[in-house]
Design a protein around this ligand. Structure first.
Ligand code: ME8
Length: 639
């Protein structure tokens, strides 16, 4: 028998607006799981997509003056590319509820349940929350508003088809009790059990007076309720009715990731639909927490959404993926701040990982003439890294099987930090002074290269560019192909490395400072690398210094030290965020000439894209902007 394909899904998102990093959070997590299982040699089926029908989208489209299909086509196109493309989302199917096969599946499910007597026609009278597309009875409302999102609800009274959920209440409770893994984390399981025990009502599953949706078979006045339509996507995408062979391999889902606000749909309505269809239920539904801005959920409608594409442009795809996967333990809520992202960038990516690679390759270059030496029989001090690597190989696997993604990355970082400590402990620059200790030195260099190779394998489900970059510097051209490559010992010695650029040029985290990519790495105790602090003329010429004139200046809200300046550089106006507020009244700066570092990589500071840096001198409390001693045309080079 062929092995079951590992099937993972995300919610299908409403293309009512552009998506934000909350959506990216779920999707990047699903992608990391999918990549991990592929790495382990499993067949994987990873599905994400868009939930395109319903009143909300229809209304939005009308407001914009286009048809619903035109409206969603545009947003969906953008979601596929550039959004998911720029985050490296490796889905196997992108399902749209407007796809032809989905319509067929939804209508067949409806007919099937009708024939079985699980659907009947009646009249619905109650309330509807439009933003959530959810029906509510009077008794569930809180202060007359939607109990989930707190927004106003509208009265609905119309003929409707109903799904006999009440019939399945006891079986559903039993299923949850018998399958402790079905709803995760376990706190959400208890919530769902209380909900079920309070009593299940039949669900209205059609609407009249709405033409944007899938028609009820033989009753075109009605369109099928958007959640009934949407939940069926997981069947369509697995090939139900249209690709029976695939369906046999893929079904049921192994992990369905959803945000905690839609756990109820996925652990009550959805499994009851499957029970009624006599299909196996998903193995695990994982309801993760929310990314918050301050104390509130980030959402399209609250207008506090952060754009993932802008973040990837500033920090690169891997820094954004790393932040999403590492910062917030999967399950809990977590506050998003760009400062936290920047800090993680410097500490974990630039310092711990980037430094390990640059120090190791620099030493292999210097002490091994660019060739990975050894290995020779290990002494006691050299055995720790291989042992730890073997332990972590197991731990990462275990954490991932429990969906503890942040913990898995934490394990990999234990190895990275241990390797950095090993450098300090073994002080290869001292070993190099004593020819009698050549073999020890070889082993240190070997262990560092080998650990980095192992790290490149372990990180490959999470980061998509960095593993290749590490391998290139280690002289490896083959991409990572299998988890087993993370077993220690593949390097034989004799491989030639190729040093390269820093993986993550450090950001300057001082308030008001613009980023300084490529700035020197923190002072290293190892006196081996640096001779003196000289730079060559060529180094200096890399810095493009230009005269500019400040045209506008204003304080940055909520920042004590920052001014937002508009500087004309001879060609265009650019925004520069500068930490000089304590020293200058913004009004007095208009017309002031400045020297601009014009080729500094732009960075986001307090949500403002800063495109350069001003030169200023400082001594103690004093600070003064550097300017030409007489006016020069804007754009004049400073050298
Ligand atoms: O609910 N933090 O679509 P949706 C974390 N179409 N995750 C977040 C988030 C945040 N602040 N905001 C959104 C729908 N998400 C339905 C789903 S499935 C059959 C139908 C993520 O566009 C999270 O996964 O409102 C959440 O469940 C989903 O986006 C909601 O996306």
């Amino acid at each position: 028998m062929t092995e079951k394909t590992w099937y993972v899904t995300t919610p299908i998102y409403y293309p009512s607006d552009n998506l934000h990093i909350g959506h990216a959070y779920t999707t990047v997590a699903a992608d990391a799981l999918a990549r991990f299982h592929r790495l382990k040699g499993e067949e994987v089926w990873f599905v994400t997509g868009t939930d395109e029908h319903g009143q909300k989208i229809s209304q939005k489209a009308h407001e914009t003056g286009v048809s619903p299909k035109e409206f969603v086509d545009k947003i969906v196109g953008f979601i596929q590319n550039p959004l998911w493309q720029s985050l490296g989302i490796s889905y196997d199917r992108f399902i749209r509820t407007t796809d032809w096969d989905h319509k067929r599946v939804v209508q067949s499910i409806f007919e099937n349940l009708w024939e079985r007597g699980d659907i009947y026609k009646g009249e619905y009278e109650g309330w509807y929350c439009l933003p959530d597309e959810t029906f509510w009875t009077e008794s569930k409302l809180v202060d007359g508003n939607c109990p989930d999102c707190g927004r106003p609800v509208e009265r609905v009274k119309q003929a409707s088809y109903f799904f006999k959920m009440s019939r399945y209440q006891d079986r559903m409770i039993q299923h949850i009790l018998d399958h402790p893994d079905f709803i995760q984390p376990s706190s959400r399981r208890n919530e769902m059990l209380s909900f079920l025990e309070a009593g299940l009502e039949d669900l209205s599953i059609s609407r009249t007076g709405l033409d944007w949706g899938i028609e009820v078979p033989n009753d075109p006045e009605h369109v099928i309720y958007v959640w009934f339509d949407a939940l069926s996507n997981y069947l369509t995408a697995a090939g139900y009715l249209t690709e029976p062979e695939r369906f046999a391999r893929v079904w049921p889902p192994d992990v369905q990731l959803v945000g905690k606000e839609i756990v109820r749909f996925h652990t009550i309505i959805w499994p009851i639909m499957l029970m009624a269809l006599d299909l196996p239920l998903p193995r695990r539904v994982f309801g993760h927490g929310w990314l918050l801005i301050g104390d509130t959920k980030m959402s399209k409608s609250r207008g506090n959404a952060v754009d993932p594409i802008a973040l990837t442009k500033t920090y690169g795809v891997d820094a954004v993926r790393y932040y999403l996967l590492r910062e917030v333990p999967f399950g809990a809520d977590g506050s998003y701040t760009e400062d936290a992202l920047r800090l993680l960038f410097n500490v974990d990516l630039a310092n711990d990982l980037g430094n390990l690679l640059s120090r190791s390759t620099a030493m292999i270059d210097r002490f091994g003439q660019g060739v990975i030496p050894g290995p020779h029989p290990f002494g006691p001090l050299d055995r720790h890294l291989p042992q730890l690597a073997a332990e972590i190989y197991e731990q990462v696997d275990q954490a991932m099987s429990q969906l503890l993604i942040s913990d898995a990355i934490g394990q990999i970082y234990r190895l990275i930090r241990a390797a950095n400590k090993y450098i300090e402990d073994r002080a290869p620059w001292n070993l190099a002074k004593d020819p009698a200790r050549q073999e020890e030195l070889d082993n240190v260099l070997y262990n560092l290269a080998e650990t980095l190779r192992v790290v490149s394998v372990l990180l490959s489900p999470f980061l998509i560019e960095t593993p290749e970059k590490i391998r290139r510097q280690l002289g490896m051209d083959q991409p990572v192909q299998s988890y087993r490559e993370a077993i220690y010992g593949a390097f034989q010695g004799g491989e030639r490395i190729r040093r390269g650029e820093p993986l993550f040029p450090r950001l300057d985290l001082r308030e008001g400072a613009t980023a300084e990519p490529g700035a020197p790495e923190p002072a290293q105790k190892s006196a081996d690398m640096s001779q003196a602090n000289y730079i060559s003329l060529d180094d200096f010429k890399k810095v493009e210094l230009k005269v500019g004139t400040i045209r506008q200046a204003e304080a940055v809200k909520g920042a004590d030290r920052l001014l937002k300046l508009t500087v004309f550089d001879g060609e265009r106006e650019r925004t520069v965020v500068s930490g000089i507020k304590a020293h200058y009244d913004p009004q007095t700066l208009v017309g002031q000439q400045v020297v601009l570092v014009a080729n500094l990589k732009p960075v986001l500071l307090r949500g403002i894209l800063s495109e350069g840096m001003l030169l200023a001198g400082s001594a103690g409390q004093q600070l003064s902007i550097v300017a030409p001693s007489s006016r020069l045309p804007e754009g004049a080079r400073v050298k």
